[in-house]
Design a protein around this ligand. Structure first.
Ligand code: NAD
Length: 355
């Protein structure tokens, strides 16, 4: 099979981790009889530098021409002074909207318990959850939005809006996923305060009627924030809106041991977007120490969801576990002096995938 993908390495550690993910994809292709065509395009701050736009036209065309996109991260402190609409991070929102991949899947598995983990070992036992976050609606996209006025009379506003169809389609993704897992959906909202959450709860309850084998519980977001750190292994599929999902998924990343371990897939449209959960990490960019596993595991999700290559995806997931078992981890996961570089971790995983 010829796998055509667009890569958007982006900024900071983005290019470093995407290079390792492509290395592993090439090893997978060589060992499983596939061919990879991965073409990089400027995006984010690198797009602003190279083409005067965070999301240049050429990049936009490339994204629409392949079934899958592998993204590193965007964001550079040099552009932090720009107004929100011109910041490179806004390119990411435009990309998500463009490809209409409304369902963001973020698996969190506590498969590596680092010495620096803030959690007790017992709390992490059996943690294997999937966050299903609505990605193209809610507060991040609602209009009107803006900042008005001058001096002390300045006011700012955003709009939180969901319609029943948007809620139904994301709920179906969560229930379908739960059917292949432990058959439990925890739907997170703020129905005691927000009208959007009241509708969210109603629609999710209606969708649940079509899935009699799946157990549904509703949970307020404040309680969910507590449950994630007190009893995380009770959660199977956590379904939630764009804003709550953004915050809860970063909280959940701590269960995995490092933000650098977490992959994500954005699906639902014709084109899938795969990216590690972390940002551009300017504090460690250029040092060759970024954890590449979030990006590598995102590439595995790409094989699974966009190309339906389950065996190939599993070969990469298994190789990541072998890296943990062999102690091949970057500095974010170990406080002893034997941390490996991003390239060493990538090489190790590629060699195990090659067999
Ligand atoms: P961040 O995720 O970049 O970094 C948070 C902390 O985690 C830092 O200490 C960083 O060193 C560490 N970290 C992150 N990824 C790591 C990895 N792979 N290996 C080891 N350590 C890692 O978040 P931030 O510092 O809040 O944001 C930095 C920039 O990234 C900002 O410009 C922000 O807007 C942007 N950002 C982009 C995305 C994205 O592209 N999807 C997501 C979040 C933040």
């Amino acid at each position: 099979m010829k796998l055509k993908i667009t890569t958007l390495p982006g900024d900071g550690i983005g290019p470093e981790v995407v290079a390792e993910a492509v290395k592993v994809l090439e090893a997978m292709a060589a060992s499983h009889g596939h061919e990879i065509e991965a073409r990089p395009f400027p995006f984010g701050s690198s797009g602003l530098d190279e083409a005067g736009s965070g999301f240049p036209d050429e990049t936009r065309q490339a994204c629409l021409s392949t079934p899958a996109i592998l993204l590193g991260a965007v964001g550079d402190p040099r552009h932090d002074h720009l107004p929100p609409g011109e910041r490179p991070e806004r390119a990411l929102l435009h990309l998500r909207r463009l490809i209409e991949s409304f369902a963001n899947l973020r698996p969190v598995v506590a498969s590596y318990v680092s010495k620096s983990s803030p959690f007790r070992k017992e709390t992490l036992e059996g943690v294997d959850l999937l966050i299903v976050r609505e990605l193209t609606g809610g507060l991040y996209f609602g209009e009107p939005r803006g900042i008005e006025g001058e001096g002390k009379s300045r006011r700012a506003f955003n709009t939180l809006r969901y319609d029943a169809k948007e809620i139904e389609r994301i709920a179906r993704v969560a229930f379908d996923a739960a059917g292949k897992r432990r058959s439990r959906v925890t739907s997170v909202d703020k129905a005691n305060v927000l009208e959007t959450s009241k509708l969210w709860r109603e629609v999710v309850t209606e969708v649940a009627q079509d899935y009699p084998a799946i157990e549904l519980e509703h949970m307020l977001v404040d309680r969910a924030a507590m449950e994630l750190v007190s009893h995380p292994s009770r959660i199977d599929v956590l379904l939630t809106s764009n804003l709550f999902g953004d915050i809860l998924s970063d909280e959940a990343s701590m269960l995995a041991g490092s933000l650098g371990l977490l992959p994500s897939a954005s699906i639902g449209g014709d084109i899938g977007l795969y990216e590690p959960v972390h940002g551009s990490a300017p504090d460690i960019a250029g040092k060759g120490i970024a954890n590449p596993i979030g990006a590598i595991a995102s590439a595995a999700m790409m094989l699974r969801y966009s190309f339906e290559l389950e065996n190939e995806a599993r070969a990469i997931d298994d190789a990541i576990l072998e890296a943990f078992a062999a102690g091949y981890v970057t500095a974010d996961l170990t406080d002893s002096g034997d941390a490996k570089s991003s390239a060493e971790v990538g090489d190790f995983i590629a060699s195990r995938v090659r067999g």
